[in-house]
Design a binder for this molecule. Structure first.
Ligand code: SF4
Length: 271
C-alpha cells in the first residue's frame, strides 16, 4: 500500500464536456451494461478514482477493476479508528489482486484540534462533535484523495438505506465538480454476496458477525435481525438519515431524463 503524506489541495482540471447532461446520458448508457462493461466504460472516461472502504461492495468493485485491468486508482481513507480486520483485509486484497491501494490519512493537526475541543471520543456527545470528527478523519482526506480526479467511483448501492434508495448509476457532483459513478447502485446485496462467493473475493470477516456496513470501530456495532443494513453506524444517534458526509454533497442525478438537483445521500462500507 502507498501511504500519502499531507499534500496541498489541487483542483482537477475542469472537463468542459462533463456536467449534469453528461451524467444523465452516462447513467442511461451504463444501465444495460454488464458490471465489467461498466468498469471499462468508466475507466475510459478520464482520471478515475475509486474510494474503497474494503466493505463487500467495494471488494467486488476492486475485483472487477483488477480483473478488467481498468485504469482506475484505488484509494482508501484510513481514519486511524478502523477495525484491525479492515486493515488486515487491505493487505490481503493487494496480495490477492496485485494492486496497490493508496492510503490517505487525516492531518495530525486536524485530529489534534478535534481532540482538544471535544475529546478523543467526543463524537458520542453530540451530532456536531461527530460531524467534526468525520470531517477531520474522513472528509478532509477525501478531498485530497479526489484532488486530481475527474471521475469518482463508489460502491454505493440503493438497498443500503432509504437515503440511498435513489442513488443513480452516474451523477454530477456539483460541489466537487466531477462525475460520481456508482456502478453497483442497482445491484442487490444477495447478488453481490453470491458474486463474491463465486469469485472467491476476500471479504471482511466482520460481515459474518452481523456487520453488513463497516466503518470506524467506535462508531459501528453489529445489527440485530431485521434491522436496516446501516443501523449499526452511529447507532446512538436518532436521525434515521445519518451519514458521515462523504456522500452528502449536492448532486445532479443522472437517473432522470430531466436532471434535477438533489441532496445525494446515497449508500456502505463508506468508511
Ligand atoms: S465514524 Fe466515528 S471515529 Fe470515524 S471519523 Fe466519524 S465520528 Fe470519527
Amino acid at each position: 500500500m502507498t501511504l500519502h503524506q499531507p499534500l496541498p489541495h489541487t483542483d482537477a482540471a475542469a472537463r468542459p464536456d462533463f456536467g449534469p447532461g453528461f451524467a444523465a446520458e452516462l447513467a442511461l448508457e451504463l444501465a444495460p451494461m454488464s458490471l465489467p462493461g461498466r468498469i471499462r466504460r468508466i475507466a475510459a472516461l478520464g482520471r478515475a478514482v475509486f474510494t474503497t472502504s474494503l466493505g463487500l461492495e467495494d471488494q467486488v468493485l476492486t475485483a472487477l477493476i483488477a480483473d478488467t485491468r481498468a485504469d482506475v486508482r484505488l484509494v482508501t481513507l484510513d481514519t486511524g479508528r478502523l477495525f484491525a480486520e479492515t486493515l488486515a483485509l487491505m493487505g490481503e486484497t493487494e496480495a490477492r489482486y496485485g494492486v496497490s491501494i493508496e492510503v490517505f490519512k487525516p492531518w495530525k493537526d486536524e485530529v489534534d484540534g478535534f481532540v482538544a475541543l471535544y475529546g478523543m471520543n467526543g463524537f458520542y456527545d453530540s451530532v456536531e462533535a461527530r460531524h467534526a470528527c468525520c470531517h477531520a478523519r474522513k472528509l478532509q482526506p477525501l478531498g485530497r484523495a479526489l484532488a486530481d480526479a475527474e471521475i469518482w467511483v463508489t460502491g454505493l448501492r440503493r438497498g443500503q438505506s432509504g437515503n440511498r434508495a435513489n442513488a443513480p448509476l452516474a451523477e454530477w457532483d456539483v460541489d466537487r465538480g466531477l462525475i460520481k459513478v456508482n456502478p453497483l447502485a442497482d445491484q442487490s446485496l444477495y447478488a453481490l454476496q453470491a458474486r463474491a462467493r463465486a469469485d472467491d473475493v476476500p471479504v471482511n470477516p466482520l460481515h459474518a458477525k452481523g456487520f453488513p456496513s463497516i466503518g470506524c470501530e467506535p462508531c459501528t456495532r453489529a445489527i440485530k435481525p431485521g434491522e436496516p443494513e446501516r443501523a449499526g453506524r452511529w447507532w446512538w444517534e436518532q436521525d434515521e438519515r445519518r451519514e458521515c458526509g462523504l456522500h452528502l454533497s449536492a448532486s445532479v442525478s443522472g437517473s432522470r431524463a430531466q436532471p434535477k438537483v438533489t441532496s445525494s445521500a446515497s449508500a456502505t462500507a463508506d468508511i
